[in-house]
Ligand binder design. Structure first.
Ligand code: ZN
Length: 426
């Protein structure tokens, strides 16, 4: 789809430049304010011990969805649902059990039998179509329409509502990267990503001895949606800065909850991503330092949550090493240990290709920035071009492609990316 590329690139460059300026500013104020302190805290606190002996009830949230018809009591509903979950984290921290349940859920396709003729014409699956990967930074109140890095809580709710109303279904990014998208037939996958671990993404507070998630923080808003709609999926990738997760730019009190937040995310179907330790510009950083930054970010996050898989990098500023090489990402060594990334995310600026598409490259995943201009543009694009968007057939083991494919998608299936899957054309 050549028409979106040039504009996308320009927007991408603009975003990179903007982010360089903004984050450089944040970093210069933030680091004065105690990176050393944070390191000490990490070393001494080494948070949230995993109680591996706990006999875990099966409590993956999807297993017990509230009725989708239940009338949501906007704010209060979110607070109480979420705080129930949070209360649970003291007693249920056997994350391995959680993981097993999640994996078992995963391998069961939503749909195993081939779709009928009627279903094919109703759902119109197209598994060569494009996937939306959205990118957010700050979720908080603001009144400057020029600030493309902040989405207000109400704007973010509107984004989620639009996605839900347009048949999108939230998936983990690893399912996209591994070409294992498992969502109901007729649904369109969407991936939500959050960079920098800003405080507005995940704020906690204590009430009467229990921890509660701020219903106006991104996680509070997501939980409200996921609890209200059991046909909206679940997930979100939080690519944090591990010296002060969810405390940026000015929430010192939130540092105390870092371990609980990270563990809670992993236990509740979210993912944690790498964003380096110091938000480095990899275009200006020697290879050895890049390897150290990437490995240490993973090590620091796993001090909080040992079982967390940190295999996706949100590339800081969208600037790749050595003018666009991804060799390091594919495998490197640090202090005698081997590391590798499964995927890397760009900053900007268009829908991403299907994982079965010839142009799909897990080290170059484009994202759409969560601002009015970009979202307005691409949401309209989806509405105007439904034939270009990925629509699932319900079975991750088959690739269903319409015969009357959109011209931009003709002959774009890459057989090497679909090993073991049956191709169904209709
Ligand atoms: Zn960043």
């Amino acid at each position: 789809m050549t028409q979106i590329r040039p504009a996308g690139l320009i927007v991408g460059l603009g975003i990179i430049l903007g982010l360089v300026i903004i984050v450089a500013g944040v970093l210069s104020t933030g680091s004065d304010n105690g990176e050393d302190d944070t390191t000490d805290e990490l070393a001494t606190e080494n948070v949230t011990p995993t109680d591996s002996d706990a006999d875990m009830p099966d409590d993956v949230p999807e297993d017990d969805p509230p009725s989708p018809d239940a009338t949501p009591d906007a704010t209060n509903g979110a607070t109480s649902d979420v705080s129930d979950d949070i209360d649970d984290i003291d007693v249920e921290t056997d994350a391995e059990a959680d993981e097993e349940v999640a994996e078992t859920d995963h391998v069961t396709p939503y749909r195993e039998d081939p779709l009928t003729e009627e279903e094919l014409s109703e759902y119109r699956p197209n598994e060569l179509g494009k996937v939306l990967v959205l990118m957010y930074h700050r979720i908080e109140q603001q009144d400057n329409p020029e600030d493309v890095w902040t989405r207000t809580p109400d704007q973010f709710r509107d984004d989620l509502q639009w996605l839900y109303d347009n048949d999108f279904y939230v998936i983990p990014i690893r399912d996209y990267i591994r070409n294992q998208i498992n969502i109901p037939p007729g649904k369109r996958p969407v991936i939500l990503t959050f960079d920098d671990g800003t405080v507005g993404q995940f704020r906690m507070s204590e009430h009467d001895g229990s921890l509660m998630i701020d219903p106006d923080s991104a996680v509070g808003i997501l939980e409200d949606f996921f609890n209200r709609y059991d046909d909206f999926g679940r997930g979100g990738l939080f690519s944090i800065l591990p010296l002060a997760p969810f405390a940026w730019p000015d929430a010192e009190d939130q540092r105390d909850y870092a371990g609980q937040k990270l563990q809670w995310l992993i236990d509740n179907g979210y993912e944690l991503g790498n964003h380096t330790v110091g938000h480095v510009n990899m275009g200006e950083t020697p290879d050895d330092e890049i390897k150290s930054e990437l490995a240490r970010a993973e090590i620091l996050i796993q001090e909080y949550v040992p079982e967390a898989e940190i295999s996706v990098l949100a590339v800081p500023f969208g600037v790749y090493p050595n003018q666009g090489e991804t060799e390091i990402f594919e495998g490197w060594e640090y202090q005698g240990d081997e590391y590798a990334l499964e995927g890397a995310l760009m900053v900007g600026a268009e829908p991403a290709p299907s994982p079965s598409h010839v142009e799909f490259d897990p080290m170059w995943i484009p994202r759409i920035n969560g601002d009015d201009e970009q979202l307005g543009r691409w949401f309209s694009y989806v509405e105007d071009n439904p034939g270009i968007i990925y629509v699932s057939d319900g079975n991750p083991n088959t690739v269903t492609i319409p015969e009357n494919l959109h011209p931009s998608l003709v002959d774009t299936l890459d057989e090497t990316k679909i090993e073991g899957k049956d191709v169904i054309r209709y």
